[in-house]
Ligand binder design. Sequence first.
Ligand code: SF4
Length: 63
Amino acid sequence: MRIPYVDPNKCQGAYICESIAPHTFKVNDEGISEVVNPEGDDEQAIQQAMDSCPYAAISWQET
Ligand code: SF4
């Protein structure tokens, strides 16, 4: 299985991931996106969020 991972050192809080896959990503109080549910949205939406991040902060992680 693979799950999305946000690199907190790369994320700049652009909110794009949250707007595309809002059940998976949430930007926290510090302006960094966190994975709140790795299966919150379908894989296609998660992939789209990943591809849309301007800082390439999201990647798949094998579990
Ligand atoms: S789109 Fe990228 S930079 Fe923006 S909040 Fe999501 S992970 Fe962070």
